[in-house]
Design a protein around this ligand. Structure first.
Ligand SMILES: Cc1cc2nc3c(=O)[nH]c(=O)nc-3n(C[C@H](O)[C@H](O)[C@H](O)COP(=O)(O)O)c2cc1C
Length: 190
């Protein structure tokens, strides 16, 4: 069990990564961990699209085009930062959710099931020695971006990008919130 706590308690998001990314075997572990997430009603809402290597930087162009089409061009500094970031990233997992088509399970519960899967991927990537970073930059909420990446615009929700690769710099530990500031107790009223 200590391995588990070593991994979870030392994880931090790492944005700037480079090749090599996960091997097929390591990616199999990361995605298998994702699909251990809880899922009310067995909706199986997880939709992930892999973008690898030379295709990764083109994600910026997708966001830029969508911004222009929507009449909300992405600010140039944001575009420049995204290009700098994604130019070295070896793997992006585009994150999607297909909520329960019957509506029996509320949509937000499927979004939570995907979020739980992403958390497992962040931890799995860290356990394997990779850095990973969840971002909704690069136009995630612009019309057309999710669709351009292969998500159904009617039935699926695009939830951003999970970048994974080898950390460029050695990550420093960071101070974390104290759980005592976030936890209270409830008792049966006297
Ligand atoms: C849904 C979601 C979207 C995020 N989008 C961004 C983003 O666009 N840009 C950013 O700098 N951080 C973003 N973050 C925050 C980082 O992924 C990361 O959590 C944060 O830098 C804190 O690092 P930590 O995970 O080590 O605490 C997002 C986090 C979540 C959960």
């Amino acid at each position: 069990m200590s391995d588990f706590f070593d991994v979870v308690l030392s994880r931090r998001s790492i944005k700037f990564v480079q090749a090599p990314g996960p091997t097929d075997e390591q990616l199999d572990l990361i995605l298998s961990a994702a699909l251990r997430a809880p899922d009310h009603g067995a909706v199986k809402p997880w939709r992930f699209v892999l973008v690898r290597g030379a295709d990764v930087p083109a994600l910026v162009d997708v966001g830029v085009q969508a911004g222009i089409a929507a009449g909300e061009p992405l600010p140039q500094p944001k575009v420049d930062n995204a290009r700098k970031w994604l130019s070295k990233v070896p793997l992006v997992i585009a994150l999607g959710c297909r909520p329960d088509p019957t509506g029996r399970i509320p949509e937000h519960e499927s979004l939570l099931a995907v979020s739980a899967a992403v958390m497992n991927m962040l931890n799995a990537a860290h356990a394997l020695g990779f850095g990973a970073f969840w971002s909704t930059g690069v136009g995630t909420y612009l019309d057309g971006v999710g669709e351009a990446l292969g998500f159904d615009p009617l039935d699926e929700r695009f939830m951003g990008y999970l970048a994974i690769g080898t950390p460029i710099d050695t990550p420093e530990p960071i101070e974390r919130p104290d759980w005592r500031d976030h936890v209270s107790e409830w008792r049966v009223p006297a």
